[in-house]
Each structure stands twice: as C-alpha cells, then as structure tokens.
Design a protein around this ligand. Structure first.
Ligand SMILES: O=C(O)CCC(=O)C(=O)O
Ligand SMILES: [Fe+2]
Length: 169
C-alpha cells in the first residue's frame, strides 16, 4: 500500500475522545455496559483505567475478554481502516460488560480522517484481481450514517460493501 494513500486521508484528521463510566451492578449478567459494535474511525487507542476488566472482543463468534495490561493501551482497528485497506485489516467487534463489585472507567481516543474528503479502498490496493470491496463515500456522510444508527455489531460496515452477483463480499 502506498504511504500517500493513508496520508491524504488522515493528514489533519480528527481526534475524538470518549470517557465511559460503568458503575457496579448487582446483576451483571442481566445488563450490558456498552452494546456490541466496531469503532467507526481508523484506530482507537483505549485506556482501561486501573486495569479493571470489562472489554471483550468477538472472535469466531465467541466473546473473549481483553485483559488490561498495566501501563498499556489497547489499540482497536476501526471500520475506516478496514475500508481503506480493502479488508486486509479487519475492524474488531467489541462490547463492554459490567462488574458486580467494582466500578470501571475507560478512556477511548478515536483517530479519524478529516471531514472534508472522501474515503474508500486505497487505489494502490485495487486492481483487476483484487477489486474494491467497499464503496467510496464522503467522510462526513460516513459519520452521519454511523451516528444515526444503533450500535449493532459491524452492521454499518456491511452497508458499505459492494454487492457483486447478488452477494456482499
Ligand atoms: O469500555 C471499554 O473498554 C470499551 C469502550 C468502547 O468500546 C468505546 O468507547 O467505543
Ligand atoms: Fe468501541
């Protein structure tokens, strides 16, 4: 992949930050802290404060805890990186569960492209053998669509997939 393909997209990009607070819950199995989703941006840098467990990723249909390491960030791949790499890097579906005794805090920094461009698979990755798997879309329209829906696994990314012979790839 040519460096310029990512530079043009992420140069002068945006950084958003979300602080999530999960109070303790006496019936943790009956609630969810944060519903399953993939992050919209390029990369997410996440701090699981005080190393309290709660983040889980979905791998082969199974939820797996991401055990926080002391003094370490967790880095998640977001939907935009999946689109730009034409599916070579996959965004990760994740959720947060709550704890019966301990409160939990996480701080997520989302690194995204600037709003006034468009995004799609990097031109240097596309040829006849490996056609584009995702549509091109304006960055602002992409985020408008993402935030106007419920968080629901990777369902928004599925809308971006190009349909071929009646099938989405
Ligand atoms: O609390 C966590 O560990 C996950 C937070 C998260 O996925 C998000 O803010 O998008
Ligand atoms: Fe997330």
């Amino acid at each position: 992949m040519e460096v310029g393909d990512t530079r043009v997209l992420f140069e002068e990009g945006m950084q958003g930050m979300r602080i999530n607070y999960y109070p303790p819950c006496p019936q943790p199995e009956s609630v969810i802290g944060l519903t399953p989703h993939s992050d919209s941006g390029g990369l997410t840098i996440l701090l699981q404060v005080s190393e309290i467990e709660g983040l889980q990723i979905k791998k082969d249909g199974i939820w797996i805890p991401v055990v926080p390491l002391p003094n370490a960030f967790t880095v998640n791949i977001g939907d935009i990186l999946e689109i730009v790499t034409n599916g070579i890097y996959r965004s990760i579906e994740h959720r947060a569960v709550v704890n019966s005794k301990k409160e939990r805090l996480s701080i997520a920094a989302f690194l995204s492209p600037k709003l006034d461009g468009d995004l799609g698979p990097a031109p240097s990755l596309i040829n006849e053998q490996t056609p584009a798997l995702f549509k091109r879309i304006g960055v602002a329209d992409f985020f408008r669509g993402y935030y106007s829906r419920k968080l629901e696994g990777k369902s928004y990314l599925d809308i971006m997939r190009i349909e071929k012979d009646g099938q989405k790839y």
